[in-house]
Write a new protein. Structure first.
Length: 115
């Protein structure tokens, strides 16, 4: 049964660590990795602000403007990063951040973000 998938103990020792997951092409991309993480964090911030607008009636117009502005910036930087991205993990982080940023932008605009 040594040829059965998942029973080889040597493959567990050679599994990649978290730092090497972003290096799937063998070359470092520190700026793109940083941009991907920043887009993800900004998208999550815009998403949380948008959810505050959606479920808390006491939030003011400043939260709507912040959600819309952060969401728009996330989308623009994320689209540029998507064109420049070199690895799969960068693209996953970028698309996740852009999706969250879009939701924050949409909720911010729905509550009077840029009007």
């Amino acid at each position: 049964m040594a040829d059965t998938v998942g029973t080889d103990r040597q493959s567990d020792a050679a599994s990649p660590d978290a730092a090497s997951l972003a290096l799937t092409d063998g070359r470092p991309h520190p700026l793109l990795n940083l941009a991907s993480v920043c887009v993800l964090v900004a998208g999550l911030v815009a998403f949380v602000l948008g959810m505050l607008l959606r479920y808390d009636s006491g939030t003011g117009k400043a939260v709507a403007v912040a959600a819309a502005a952060i969401g728009l910036a996330t989308l623009l930087v994320g689209l540029f990063g998507q064109m420049m991205s070199a690895t799969r993990i960068e693209r996953i982080l970028l698309v996740t951040g852009m999706t969250a940023g879009f939701v924050g932008l949409a909720l911010g605009l729905a509550h009077g973000g840029f009007s």
